[in-house]
Design a protein around this ligand. Structure first.
Ligand code: MCA
Ligand code: AMP
Length: 506
């Protein structure tokens, strides 16, 4: 009998299996059975601390087998997993802990001091977990039973909350149910023909949908294995590629691999699939990749709130510059502002409906309602065009969002941080084409009369306010922002002014 659909399908089905699950950078291997025993020990440790089903566990730890085992432990114990980008500074983590009402903050040992303060401020416990079997939670897991009685869950119970700014405004917690994650994992495994013979080269972070759900859940549901790398490093990818069958990455992975002459057809001969997503892949990169390796990158499109929506086909025409047709069971339409579907070929907002679409934003029913149509379609804020034969092309974004190296940056958040600094009258933050990151953050700042600002001093002042990846790569100081007749800042004009900034790299 199914008691906890997500646990049973991803993890429970491997109970007792001495099959390989994770290959480490150093050549060691962990079986599914050993991994599940570790997860069970963590589930005992967490529940022993009083963490209950439905409680949120905010996690800011480095990528490791133990980090994945904590995710599995949460699914098994019914605890809501809330992963956070390791680049966030404590001031940013503070908001997520406060907003989610997390019962426990799990920090890497090096951040424990700063995050203990954050946890204490919001009445949460703090535990630590390192990458080498160390940390207070690892100590508590020591000697715990290798079996944990799985807590029953239903399809609609929350499995995870991932914070995202959605289409506008302050970060919101996207509530993902067991059914959201499981339906997408099954759909992707079928669409991409994942099997128990697959070995995924895993170089993505595990605090976002791409690395945690798309990569890990798809592998798990198919019974495959992963080579778990701590981060993207071309040397490590090239070393391990001959043992792998699949890679999932953001476009920067592929442009960086193409920059390396060792990356060629012979090296990729054992690979059956390269998947790209999280940001637009240039058609030119797609062609260059095929020319070098003979493989056609499979591009897909998704969002934190919806998991994956569309994918180019595994068998069939993978069209460069498109994100392919809707996945099985997912409906995708291109609409005008009122939600009426547009004729094929016209540009409008992409809307999505299906079992993959989230349950809403954590404790923000009005914001949830504002982004859903009455008929259940979610308004993505992406601008798309649907071809006559149902291939979607993402042509832009209605939302003010920058994506650098697959990470999202909301200009408003950076503008607010800049505007708070002494001597800053106002600012505008834009995304500018960047050869490595796709887009890079650029700030245009207007000083207060008489203030003497420098770009370096502004960047130094942002250091403890914003994660490094959100900080501008370039700050231009100007006398006034260009505005239209309505007084609105003309970001398109600013983008055009700075378009060539990184053309030869930085
Ligand atoms: C690191 N830095 C960045 C980024 N990453 N700056 C801007 N954008 C970034 N993405 C900063 C570092 O702090 C460092 O700062 C400097 O840039 C140079 O770092 P570098 O060594 O080049 O970076 P890296 O460690 O090699 O990382 C680049 C990366 C990484 C491999 C592209 O960011 C990455 O793995 N991105 C994947 C993100 C991802 O998983 N996105 C999926 C989101 P300094 O040296 O100056 O201190 S999920 C999603 O979008 C949806 C649902 C979907 O469809 O998947
Ligand atoms: P996130 O908020 O991290 O979930 O990022 C989701 C956003 O990433 C989407 O709304 C798109 O703007 C963008 N995105 C994801 N995949 C693609 C893709 N293949 N092409 C273009 N944009 C993408």
């Amino acid at each position: 009998m199914m008691t906890n659909p997500l646990y049973d399908a991803l993890f429970g089905r491997h109970a007792g299996a001495e099959t390989p699950f994770i290959y480490m950078n150093d050549g060691s291997m962990l079986t599914h059975a050993r991994f599940l025993a570790r997860a069970a020990a963590f589930a005992h440790a967490l529940t022993g601390l009083g963490v209950q089903p439905g409680d949120r566990l905010a996690v800011q730890i480095d990528k490791s087998v133990d980090a994945l085992a904590v995710y599995a432990a949460c699914v098994q114990a019914g605890i809501v997993f809330l992963p956070l980008n390791t680049a966030y500074v404590p001031a940013e983590v503070d908001y997520f802990v406060q907003n989610s009402g997390a019962a426990l903050v799990l920090s890497s040992p090096d951040k424990a001091l700063a995050l203990a303060e954050v946890a204490a401020r919001h009445g949460a416990q703090l535990q630590t977990l390192g990458t080498g079997g160390d940390g207070t939670l690892a100590d508590l897991a020591e000697g715990q039973p290798a079996h944990f009685a799985t807590n029953p869950r239903s399809d609609d119970d929350l499995a995870a909350i991932l914070y995202t700014s959605g289409t506008t405004g302050r970060s919101k917690g996207a509530m993902l149910t067991q059914a959201n994650l499981l339906s997408n994992a099954r759909t992707l495994a079928a669409a991409w023909e994942f099997t128990a013979n697959d070995v995924l080269l895993h170089a993505l972070p595990i605090f976002h949908t791409h690395g945690l759900f798309v990569a890990t859940n798809t592998t798990l549901v198919a019974g495959g294995a992963m080579i778990l790398l701590p981060r993207f490093d071309p040397d490590a990818l090239i070393t391990h590629m001959p043992q792998a069958t699949t890679l999932m990455g953001v476009p920067t992975f592929y442009t960086r691999l193409l920059d390396d002459a060792r990356f060629d057809a012979a090296l990729t001969a054992h690979m059956r699939l390269f998947v790209s997503g999280s940001a637009p892949l240039l058609a030119e990169t797609h062609r260059q990749f095929e020319g070098r390796t003979g493989h056609r990158i499979l591009e897909r499109y998704g969002m934190t709130e919806t998991n994956m929506n569309t994918s180019n086909p595994f068998d069939g025409d993978r069209r460069p510059g498109t994100v392919g047709p809707a996945l099985a069971g997912v409906e995708v339409r291109v609409c005008d502002d009122s939600g009426a579907e547009l004729p094929r070929g016209e540009i409008g907002t992409v809307e999505v409906r299906g079992p993959n679409v989230f349950a809403g934003y954590w404790q923000m029913p009005e914001k949830t309602a504002a982004e859903m149509r009455p008929d259940g379609f979610f308004i993505t804020g992406d601008l798309g065009q649907m071809s006559q034969d149902g291939y979607l092309t993402i042509v832009g974004r209605a939302k003010d969002l920058i994506i650098a190296g697959g990470l999202n940056i909301y200009p408003k958040e950076v503008e607010e941080a800049l505007d708070d600094l002494p001597g800053v009258l106002e600012s505008a933050v834009i995304g500018v084409p960047h050869p490595d990151l796709g887009e890079a953050v650029v700030a245009v700042v207007v000083p207060e009369p008489g203030a003497h600002l420098t770009s370096d001093a502004l960047l130094a002042a942002l250091a403890d306010k914003l994660a490094r990846f959100k900080q501008p790569r370039h700050i231009a100081l100007i006398d006034a922002l260009p505005r239209n007749a309505m007084g609105k800042v003309q970001k398109a004009a600013l983008r055009a002014d700075h378009a060539g900034l990184f053309q030869s790299g930085d």
